[in-house]
Design a protein around this ligand. Structure first.
Ligand code: SF4
Length: 234
């Protein structure tokens, strides 16, 4: 039964290549404020903020970095304080021991290999301790050097519901999205999905009846398609 629902939903919404432009345009109108919520003044602060944002909220990171960036002004400053002090300074962001070690390692590499600057290429960013592809993509995109599409929990969930991918692995989801999303939209697309995921398409109770994508979404509950039926990519 579920298969026929999925088939009907796919037929109803049409091919993903034809849907992607209205999806982006409608989300851009719906969420004109969809930008990164982290506060930073330069690429080093951006990198540090994104590294601290794992497993916590942007609000919490901003609260911590407001003081942190007064005390630690250059990458070298992270190397001269005792590790325990750095741990205490970032403690409210959670997993602070690991984050402190990674921050130290990343700042050390910036100083030793990149003259204290944050590199732009993804291949170089992911060399930094504690920096995975998601963090690297966020940093690159915010610097105007977009090379991929950020896949976080919201992007993953919404891409699946919208039938843009049937993958589970973030790297494979990113590959699917890079094939269908116009390159000019790679930077803003994840922000649009993240804000839509927070405000409308929540994990447990998506508000399909208020969603501007309802007629473009194979998982919409406004149609007769149940959310339990996994949407299929085309
Ligand atoms: S129609 Fe429902 S499931 Fe689809 S994107 Fe909108 S809120 Fe999410």
């Amino acid at each position: 039964m579920a298969r026929s629902y999925v088939h009907e939903a796919r037929r109803r919404v049409g091919r993903r290549r034809e849907r992607i432009r209205p999806i982006v345009e409608r989300l851009a109108l719906e969420h004109p404020d969809a930008v990164i919520a982290l506060r930073f003044r330069d690429p080093v602060e951006l990198l540090i903020s994104v590294m601290l944002s794992a497993q916590t909220t942007d609000v919490m990171v901003n609260r911590v970095t407001e003081r942190l960036f007064v005390k630690y002004r250059r990458p070298e400053d992270f190397l001269t304080v005792p590790l325990e002090q750095l741990e205490a300074d970032i403690r409210p962001t959670g997993t602070f021991r690991q984050k402190a070690r990674n921050l130290r390692g990343a700042m050390k590499m910036l100083v030793e290999d990149y003259g204290g600057e944050v590199p732009e290429r993804l291949e170089e960013l992911v060399r930094l301790p504690g920096v995975g592809r998601k963090t690297a993509n966020v940093v690159a995109a915010e610097r105007g050097a977009t090379q991929g599409i950020v896949v976080d929990t919201h992007v993953r969930r919404l891409s699946q519901r919208l039938g843009l991918t049937r993958q589970e692995d973030p790297a494979k989801i990113e590959r699917d999205l890079m094939r269908v999303v116009p390159r000019a939209d790679w930077a803003r697309f994840p922000h649009l999905l993240i804000w839509h995921g927070r405000r409308v398409c929540m994990a447990r109770r998506p508000r399909c009846e208020d969603c501007v994508l309802s007629d473009l979404c194979p998982a919409s509950r406004v149609s007769t398609v149940p959310l339990t039926a996994a949407p299929q990519a085309k």
